[in-house]
Ligand binder design. Structure first.
Ligand code: GLN
Length: 512
């Protein structure tokens, strides 16, 4: 049977529960244990796909095509694991399933109640089988939220069901620093732990977010008020890079606390991969500036996975990657004067497309390395069709119907979920031998994640190739161009998919 760690948060939101949950996973992995992570969000949306990226940052896509919030991205990147629809469960989905069961008559006329029907449904999702030693469940929101109450009740019951020693409750709080008195205040933490206790849950370990390490006295005081040993009061110190958090926890013997709780042998872990990241962060390295021509810069985290992937790429290539944000709506060639490479990321709608096309043109004509992601591939193809092939009417039917539809909705293909809706999740792609794509991947069959509606129109394959653009990746049925490149250019490569969703820092650190 798996062992469970529940991560809750108190005092304020945005303390970094996701990063803490992932870091606990990293400590377990470093001792040879396998780990799975799940996120439970008490809000009432049935899934996060309907939520505005303006509120929640990027929509992260899993292999099975589920649109989730970006915490699942943290877990996958930190731990190198693959998650699915079953690992992002909202309150809305729980109620949806309960109410549908009620309509079907599954409850045989019983009065349907929060306890046991809703709590049982939540426990069913917590216990959904995995083949890992540990399942870490993050409970979204803050202790005291009305929506969260039934989730806390469920994890309380769950611990009782499977045995208290098979479940650990980790709670994240904040110790604010008061400038005037020069003190870290512990009262909010005490209140938060008490709040949790009102729900019948005694925290086993506390992660106290703070600008500096807690002193022995502060830990003892918190421990005394919160009913746990001082050594189980851990400082979750502010750091300049989230990848340092596993080291911060390891240096405070967090694994020993877990080992003791679960009755496992204490052991030193192999933290070498994470230490390499730390060395990389401290090293004096040449800077590589990447111009990112986008339009969602006013939302922090809108390009989260891409920024992370660029960070991983920096580790692998021993350079400091600096991202220069270039507003597509105001793009001029001068924006690219000081960049070493250009990326046009994904995007929806016509706003800013002209600038993205101009960026692709600049890169092509000036032999500047170019990488197009999804819309970034589509604009590269439109630009090539207009300026090299010479068809000025070339465009995407997403932006105008009155055009040469070199980018269009394609219905006659094997891709499921298509039609008016998005192509979502992982799809296979065959790589053409002898191309840059083959050199990059070192493979002839790859799988990458998609999130788009339009495709490069296969009818224009011949004319594009006759003029010097190669389709270097193709869906196995030969109908959907998945990658393009220009072989005479030093690096002009684009993909219809989002490779950034599969970038993992463990992989980046591997061969360093
Ligand atoms: N808007 C384009 C499409 O729907 C590209 C989407 C994207 O870049 N993710 O096909």
């Amino acid at each position: 049977m798996s062992k469970y760690i529940f991560v809750t948060g108190g005092v304020v939101s945005s303390l970094g529960k996701g990063v803490s949950a992932a870091s606990l996973g990293a400590l377990l992995q470093s001792r040879g244990y396998s780990v799975h992570v799940r996120k439970f969000d008490p809000y009432l949306n049935v899934d996060p796909g309907t939520m505005s990226p303006l509120q929640h940052g990027e929509v992260y896509v899993t292999n099975d095509g589920f649109e989730t919030d970006l915490d699942l991205g943290y877990y996958e990147r930190f731990l190198g694991i693959k998650l699915s629809k079953n690992d992002s469960v909202s309150g809305g989905r729980i109620y949806w399933e309960v109410l549908n069961a009620e309509r079907r008559g599954d409850y045989l006329g019983a009065t349907v109640q929060m306890i046991p029907h809703v709590t049982n449904k939540i426990k069913e999702h917590i216990a959904a089988p995995t083949d890992t030693d540990f399942v870490i469940c993050e409970i979204g929101g803050t202790v005291g939220d009305i929506e969260g109450k039934v989730f806390l009740e469920s994890i309380r019951q769950f611990a009782n069901d499977v045995g208290r020693r098979n479940v650990m409750f980790a709670h994240l709080t904040l110790a604010p620093y008061l400038e005037q008195s020069g003190e870290l205040k512990t009262k909010p933490t005490q209140m938060s732990v008490r709040r949790l206790l009102e729900n019948g849950i005694q925290a086993d370990v506390l992660f106290v977010r703070s600008p500096r390490m807690l002193t022995a006295d502060e830990r003892a005081k918190i421990g005394m008020f919160c009913n746990l040993p001082a050594k189980n009061v851990i400082t979750s110190m502010d750091v300049d890079n989230i990848y340092k958090i596993p080291l911060v926890y390891d240096s405070q013997d967090v694994f020993s606390i877990m080992a003791q709780h679960f009755g496992l042998p204490d052991a030193a872990g192999d933290m070498s991969k994470i230490k390499k990241i730390e060395q990389y962060l401290n090293a004096d390295l040449p800077v590589c500036t990447i111009g990112m021509v986008g339009k969602y810069f006013d939302v922090s985290d809108a390009y989260k996975s891409l920024n992370e992937a660029l960070f991983h790429a920096g580790i692998q290539n021993n350079v400091r990657v600096k991202v220069k944000k270039i507003d597509a709506e105001k793009f001029t060639d001068a924006d690219c004067a000081d960049v070493d490479g250009i990326i046009v990321p994904g995007g929806f709608g016509a706003r800013g497309v002209e600038g993205k096309i101009a960026a692709a043109k600049y890169a092509r004509e000036n032999n500047v390395p170019y990488m197009g992601i999804c819309l970034g591939m589509q604009v590269a193809v439109i630009e090539f069709m207009c300026d090299v092939v010479g068809d000025e009417r070339a465009n995407s039917t997403e932006f105008t119907k009155n055009c040469t539809p070199v980018i269009d909705i394609m219905r006659d293909c094997d891709a499921e979920n298509m039609g008016g809706t998005l192509r979502l999740g992982a799809y296979p792609c065959e790589i053409k031998p002898g191309t840059m794509a083959e050199k990059i991947y070192g493979a002839s069959h790859i799988s990458e994640r998609h999130r788009h509606r339009y495709e490069v129109n296969i009818e224009y394959k011949d004319v594009l190739e006759k003029n010097g653009m190669i389709i270097s990746g193709m869906s196995p049925d030969g109908k959907l161009p998945e990658m393009i490149e220009i072989p005479t250019h030093r690096f002009f490569v684009a993909g219809q998919f989002h490779p950034e969703f599969q970038s993992a820092f463990v992989a980046a650190a591997k061969d360093k």
